[in-house]
Design a protein around this ligand. Structure first.
Ligand SMILES: Cc1cc2nc3c(=O)[nH]c(=O)nc-3n(C[C@H](O)[C@H](O)[C@H](O)COP(=O)(O)O)c2cc1C
Length: 383
C-alpha cells in the first residue's frame, strides 16, 4: 500500500485529500463524517464579517446540464452563503470538533477590516484551530465582487496582518478571477503565508430565458464543475516550480485521476467540495483508493515521488511538433452511415456514396471526428 501521508503547511496529514470549506464542513457532525471517510484534513465553512453572508436563501443549488449532441457539461451553480451563527458559535464548533476529530482542523475566515481579521484570527486560534485559511476568494464576497482590480494588494495586506496575529499556519485561498494567479501566489509567499489554495470558484450568472430573469434566487452565483480542473492545473503547473510554499489544488475533482493530476501538476494537497456534494462523503474513500491504485500501478511509494513531475513535460509553443503526421480513417465494417463526420468536418474531407462514408485526402488530421463518432468507428492513422 503506497504512503498517502503528506506534510502540508506544517500539518501532518494521513491523506492529501482535504474537504474544502463549504456546507459539507459546516459543523462537527459533517466534519466527523469527512474524517470517517478518509480525508487528511478539513477546512471549516467560512465565517464572514459581512452580515448578509450569514443567511442562505432556499433553494440555493442548480445543477446545470448543457448538452451539445452527445456531449454534455455539468455545472454546480450555487448561492450558499457563510457560517450562519456568528464567530462565538464558530469557535464553540471548533472546540467541539477538536474534541471529536483526530485530523487537523483548518478554520476559514472572511473579514472586511483589520480589526475583525485580527480579532477573529486570534479567536479561532485560541479555540484550537490547527491552521487558518483566509477566504479572499468567495464569488459572493465583497473582495471578489468589488476589489478584483486590487486583489494582489488586498491579499498581501491580509496575509501579512494574519501572520503578525497568529502562530498557527496561515493559508491564503485564491479566487480564479484574476489575470495572473502565478504572480499573486508569489505575493502570497512573500507576505509569509504557509500555503496557497488554488482556487475557489468563479462568479457566474445563468438566465431563465422564458422568465427573462436570473435563475434560482434571482442574483448571481458561484459556479464550478468538473471542467474547472483544467484552469487550476494550468496555473498550478506554471506556479509550482517558482514557489517554495505548498499549494492546495482545488476545483473540479470528481475522481481519483483528478487527484493524481493535481499532484503531478505540483499540488501538495487536493481539496474537494463538489464531489462530496454530488456523490456523498463516501466519494472520499474512492478518491483515496483510486489514488493509491494509480500509485501502485506506477511504482510510486510516496506522493513526493511524483509531485510536480509534470514540470518540464509541458511543451512550449516552440517545442510543439506541427507536422501533419496523421489523418482520420473510417472502419467500414462498423460505420452505420449516420453522417456526423461529414457534417462536422470543416475541411470537407468526408464524402459518401449512399451509406458508405469515406474520408479523403483533404483530411487535415485535426482529430475531432473520431471523438464525435457515435459508433467509435473512426481512428487516426499515420499519413
Ligand atoms: C455550495 C458551496 C459552498 C461553498 N462555500 C465556501 C465557503 O464558505 N468558503 C470557501 O472558502 N469556499 C467555499 N466554497 C468553495 C469550495 O471550498 C471550493 O473552493 C470550490 O467549490 C472548488 O472546489 P470543487 O470544484 O471541488 O467544488 C463553496 C463551494 C460550494 C460548491
Amino acid at each position: 500500500m503506497p504512503d498517502l501521508s503528506v506534510e502540508f503547511a506544517g500539518l501532518r496529514l494521513r491523506s492529501p485529500l482535504i474537504a474544502a470549506s463549504a456546507g459539507i464542513t459546516g459543523n462537527t457532525e459533517r466534519l466527523k463524517r469527512a474524517q470517517d471517510h478518509g480525508v487528511g484534513s478539513v477546512v471549516m465553512k467560512t465565517v464572514f464579517q459581512e452580515p448578509l453572508m450569514a443567511n442562505s436563501p432556499t433553494p440555493r443549488f442548480a445543477i446545470i446540464q448543457r448538452k451539445a449532441g452527445t456531449n454534455r457539461s455539468t455545472t454546480l451553480y450555487s448561492y450558499e452563503q457563510g457560517y450562519e451563527y456568528g464567530i462565538e458559535a464558530y469557535c464553540e464548533e471548533i472546540r467541539k470538533a477538536k474534541r471529536s476529530l483526530d485530523i487537523p482542523i483548518i478554520a476559514s475566515v472572511g473579514g472586511l477590516d483589520d480589526e475583525t481579521w485580527t480579532k477573529w484570527g486570534r479567536m479561532v486560534e485560541e479555540a484550537g484551530a490547527d491552521a487558518i485559511e483566509l477566504n479572499l476568494s468567495c464569488p459572493h464576497g465583497a473582495i471578489v465582487l468589488h476589489q478584483t482590480n486590487r486583489i494582489a494588494e488586498v491579499i498581501d495586506h491580509n496575509v501579512r496582518l494574519m501572520k503578525r496575529t497568529v502562530r498557527i499556519p496561515v493559508i491564503a485561498k485564491m479566487t480564479p478571477q484574476m489575470s495572473d494567479p502565478s504572480v499573486v501566489a508569489r505575493i502570497i509567499e512573500e507576505a509569509g503565508a504557509d500555503a496557497a489554495t488554488m482556487f475557489s470558484r468563479f462568479p457566474g450568472l445563468d438566465i431563465d430565458v422564458e422568465a427573462e430573469r436570473p435563475v434560482l434566487h434571482g442574483g448571481t452565483a458561484g459556479h464550478g464543475g468538473p471542467w474547472a480542473i483544467h484552469y487550476a492545473l494550468y496555473w498550478i503547473n506554471l506556479t509550482h516550480p517558482h514557489l517554495s510554499i505548498p499549494i492546495s489544488g482545488c476545483g473540479g475533482v470528481i475522481n481519483g485521476e483528478d487527484v493524481v493530476k493535481y499532484i503531478l501538476a505540483g499540488a501538495t494537497t487536493v481539496q474537494t467540495a463538489m464531489a462530496i456534494y454530488m456523490q456523498g462523503y463516501e466519494v472520499i474513500d474512492r478518491l483515496n483508493k483510486e489514488l493509491a491504485a494509480w500509485m501502485d500501478r506506477h511504482g510510486h511509494v510516496t506522493l513526493a515521488d511524483f509531485r510536480g513531475s509534470l514540470h518540464g513535460r509541458v511543451k512550449t509553443m516552440a517545442e510543439v511538433d506541427r507536422r501533419k503526421v496523421v489523418r482520420a480513417r473510417i472502419d467500414q465494417e462498423k460505420c452505420t452511415g449516420c453522417g456526423i463526420c461529414e457534417r462536422v468536418c470543416i475541411y470537407f474531407a468526408t464524402g459518401h456514396e449512399g451509406k458508405r462514408y469515406e474520408i479523403g485526402e483533404k483530411c487535415d488530421g485535426c482529430g475531432l471526428c473520431p471523438q464525435l463518432c457515435p459508433q467509435d468507428c473512426i481512428t487516426m492513422v499515420t499519413r
